[in-house]
Ligand binder design. Structure first.
Ligand SMILES: [Zn+2]
Length: 113
């Protein structure tokens, strides 16, 4: 039972290549996942391993499940917001314009000195 490591340790190219390739092959199975946005992902896993219940959608990052009709819910964590988004949320457009005008006026004063 000590042969596995010795075989993998041989240099690629020095031995029979086909033999190495056959050793690397693992039976795989494809599992289909769907996310809440309807994206379909088909990763493949080693057949001897139980596939995970959810898989991260590579297109939108939402968790995807194996039941197309009932994909996992979006995570509750708040999506990342930029500082500007928070400012826009708190202030109206008019406020924003007033703040901008004030900032410009201050800038012009500073230049005038
Ligand atoms: Zn998706």
């Amino acid at each position: 039972m000590a042969s596995g490591n010795a075989i993998r340790g041989t240099r690629v190219g020095s031995g029979p290549a086909r033999w190495v390739e056959r050793g690397e092959q693992v039976p795989r199975r494809a599992v289909t996942y769907w996310c809440a946005n309807g994206h379909e992902t088909v990763p493949s896993f080693a057949a001897e391993v139980a596939p995970p219940a959810t898989w991260e959608c590579p297109r939108c990052g939402l968790p995807a499940g194996q039941d197309q009709a009932n994909p996992p819910a979006r995570p509750r964590t708040e999506p990342y917001k930029t500082h500007l988004a928070y400012v826009k949320e708190r202030r109206s457009d008019a406020d924003g314009a007033a703040i901008l005008a004030e900032a410009l006026a201050r800038l012009q004063q500073r230049r005038g000195r």
